[in-house]
Design a protein. Structure first.
Length: 259
């Protein structure tokens, strides 16, 4: 079994990225490219094989591949991003993923961003956000119910995506900002909350027993460490100015064949 991470180069136009909750700050493209290289190297060091989606230099947010696609064991779901300008990112991702899974596509008027989808086993939590609507969630539910997945809508406020507010950091453990999402949505799972002064710190990327995590949230990293989570730090402060985190720069899945 091979673990694949699909990634895509940082676009030179990232300076014109979509922004929802952040004020625009100058983005140093060379720094963003360097951070992305470290991110890919970190994924490799965790045993993943990187597959590059074609660069889309004219699409500012194309590096944030997570939003264009969801990959499950049985199917890949091509999303319909809530920001119209980001819908052009989907086609080239579909070409890549068609080599690995049968494809299903969210149709208008549905909208769905991958950043709103958190899978915990067969439970698929989906954020109702400014990017993902009821219709998109309903289409995902109908499609995934075929394989016994349970799709659970979750209201989010104050942040871009569900995974800005909560991510899984171990088998039965979530990292969460309880101002943006209610812990009650997630039943009896254990919770680590973000440290005061680090509201954006809930986005972590769990790869087997390790968590790839931004260097710029040290107090929350310490909380994770105390909870027994193995934290692998990556610099991503430049990409964070584009409202991106560590989950959004890859789509990770298993394949039985060769990458
Ligand atoms: C956007 O607003 O769409 C991008 N600037 C950031 C997307 C980040 N995606 C993610 O966290 N899944």
């Amino acid at each position: 079994m091979t673990l694949i991470a699909v990634t895509r180069a940082v676009s030179p136009t990232i300076v014109e990225c979509e922004l929802t909750n952040l004020a625009r700050e100058p983005i140093d493209v060379a720094n963003a490219v360097a951070e992305h290289a470290v991110y890919e190297e970190t994924l490799r060091s965790c045993g993943l094989t990187i597959v590059h989606a074609p660069a889309e230099p004219a699409l500012p947010d194309a590096v944030f591949v997570e939003d264009a696609a969801l990959v499950f064991a049985e199917t890949a779901v091509m999303t319909r991003p809530g920001a119209p300008v980001r819908r052009r990112e989907v086609e080239s991702m579909a070409k890549v993923l068609s080599a690995y899974r049968p494809l299903f596509a969210i149709q208008p008027p549905g909208t769905l961003d991958g950043g709103d989808v958190m899978a915990v086993g067969r439970k698929i939590y989906v954020g109702l956000s400014s990017r993902t609507n009821h219709e998109g969630i309903a289409q995902l539910d109908t499609h995934l119910s075929e394989w016994g997945y349970e799709v659970i809508p979750v209201p989010v406020t104050g942040c871009l995506h569900l995974k800005s507010a909560v991510t899984q950091v171990a088998d039965n453990l979530l990292l969460l900002n309880d101002r943006w999402v209610s812990p009650e949505c997630f039943g009896s799972m254990g919770m680590v909350t973000v440290a005061p002064g680090e509201p954006d710190a809930a986005n972590a990327l769990l790869i087997e027993a390790s968590v790839i995590y931004p260097t710029h949230h040290p107090a929350t990293a310490e909380r994770l460490d105390r909870a027994g989570v193995r934290v692998v730090p990556v610099p991503c402060g430049e990409l964070a100015k584009a409202e991106g985190g560590v989950t959004c720069c890859s789509v990770v899945f298993e394949t039985a064949g060769r990458p």
